[in-house]
Ligand binder design. Structure first.
Ligand code: EPZ
Length: 426
């Protein structure tokens, strides 16, 4: 397995521009299935999840070209109605393809995504919404078969503002007969970006960004060109890297309302954040202030995808912080690894923990438990004198484009060790 070795102690500082959001490009790639034509998408991040989605599209007959951040998809011809189990197992968010497939075809079959490291991640809300739209669903042997007996606009009231269920419903409803009304929809910025993409191809979606979304079905969609929004979570991760190491960071191309839930917490930790033009400038805290309570919640609350990174920052604060993870039931696996680096963390319950800041962390060998947990360990390692080893970095590369080069360009001493055999060979 590849790993990073990191010699910490340098300030992480300078100027940064981050490409498109992972959690925006994945549903947008799925949406390219709907227009039976060409989609040109710019600002596409070079991350492994994007390659999995490209493989899925190619496996059903789409022609795909990805070069220098631009993805061109031609979905004129679809040759298969079934999504290969291999891809769904590799990346559970590929379940998002289901809504687009049934929006376009009379039938589709996809493997059940199952859970992942951070939780059981059921898809009941996705399936119930498709059933509301008239799709007949059969589940057996770990597969989901969707039959489009009819696809008619309907009223959907989500028990929980699930991001994925909202997106899957939007993808299916754009070509339904009549109007679909979604109540208690997710409000994440990535939902707004999906709406913009769909409307640019001729759909009629309104209300994304609020908890009420209305979709008026259309017969046909057309060619489209779109630029993906910047990745607020990747930007937030680098801001924490600078805050932890005492560096100043300038970030080009940010969308202020997308960043505010993250900036708000970093200000509470003592950072100064100014938005200038369409960028931001962050100056680090003189002393990292403890934040009494960090509770994750759906947007515009504090994002669960920043919880682990903020916990790394609080590991070096001047007091005690309590973290309450409300979105996923198993998203504290980085705690044990941070403790190996010298953090002082105590569990209160399985999704509430208390972290008492320490003066310094110390080096050790740690394993990335998942995407954001891995990022948090890298951030902690940047503050540690001596060499820290972070392994299982395939998790991190799913969601961060060239994190090694980016951190090095900001002053980090970080090296990727592909695997020992190869290194010896070179
Ligand atoms: C999206 O996951 C993101 N992934 C996640 O980012 C993010 O953490 C999450 O939204 C919350 O913001 C992508 O966009 C690809 P949910 P998603 O449906 O859609 C429960 C990262 O690190 N639920 O809003 O799967 C579910 O179990 C990743 O980039 C049901 O119970 O999230 C969870 O507890 C991790 N039934 C909660 O809702 C359902 O049918 C939130 O899930 C659907 C969800």
């Amino acid at each position: 397995m590849s790993k990073y070795t990191i010699r910490g102690g340098n300030k992480i500082e300078g100027r940064l521009a981050i490409r498109g959001a992972k959690n925006s490009i994945l549903p947008i790639i799925a949406a390219t299935i709907l227009n039976e034509s060409v989609s040109t998408i710019h600002n596409v991040p070079d991350i492994s999840d994007v390659y999995v989605m490209i493989k899925i599209l190619e496996s059903i007959g789409c022609k795909v070209k990805y070069e220098d951040g631009t993805l061109v998809v031609d979905s004129s011809n679809i040759s298969s109605m079934e999504i290969d189990e291999h891809y769904v197992r590799k990346m559970r968010s590929s379940i998002i393809v289901m809504g687009a497939m049934i929006g376009r075809l009379d039938y589709t079959k996809i493997s059940h995504p199952g859970g992942c490291a951070i939780g059981s991640r059921p898809i009941d809300l996705h399936l119930n919404a498709l059933k509301e739209l008239g799709v007949r669903i059969e589940e057996d042997d770990g597969f989901i078969k969707c039959f489009k007996d009819k696809l008619v606009g309907s009223t959907i009231n989500f028990e929980f503002p699930s991001v994925g269920a909202t997106e899957n419903t939007m993808l299916a409803a754009v070509k339904a007969k009549g109007t679909t009304k979604i109540y208690n929809a997710a409000r994440e910025p990535e939902i707004e970006d999906l709406q913009d993409f769909l409307n640019s191809m001729g759909a009629k979606v309104r209300g994304a960004g609020t908890n009420y979304i209305e979709i008026e079905g259309v017969e046909t969609l057309h060619e489209v060109e779109h630029t993906v929004i910047p990745d607020r979570i990747a930007i937030g991760t680098y801001m924490v890297a600078s805050a932890m190491t005492g560096g100043c960071l300038e970030v080009d191309r940010v969308i202020i309302p997308h960043m505010e839930p993250i900036s708000d917490k970093l200000r509470a930790a003592g950072c100064n954040i100014e938005y200038k033009g369409n960028g931001l400038v962050m100056t680090p805290p003189k002393i990292i202030q403890a934040i009494d309570l960090v509770r994750t919640s759906p947007h515009p609350g504090f994002p669960t995808d920043m919880q682990a990174q903020l916990m790394s920052l609080m590991a070096l604060s001047n007091g005690t912080s309590v973290f309450h993870e409300t979105i996923f039931e198993n998203r504290f696996m980085h705690c044990a690894e941070l403790t190996r680096l010298g953090a002082n963390i105590k569990y209160i319950t399985e999704n509430i923990c208390m972290i008492k800041g320490v003066a310094n962390l110390h080096n050790a060998k740690v394993k990335s438990p998942d995407l954001r947990g891995g990022a948090a360990l890298i951030l902690a390692a940047l503050t540690i004198n001596g060499e820290t080893e972070v392994s299982n970095i395939y998790h991190v590369e799913r969601g961060y484009e060239n994190i090694e080069q980016t951190l090095r360009s900001l002053g980090a001493e970080i090296l990727k060790i592909e695997n020992l055999e190869k290194v010896k060979g070179c």
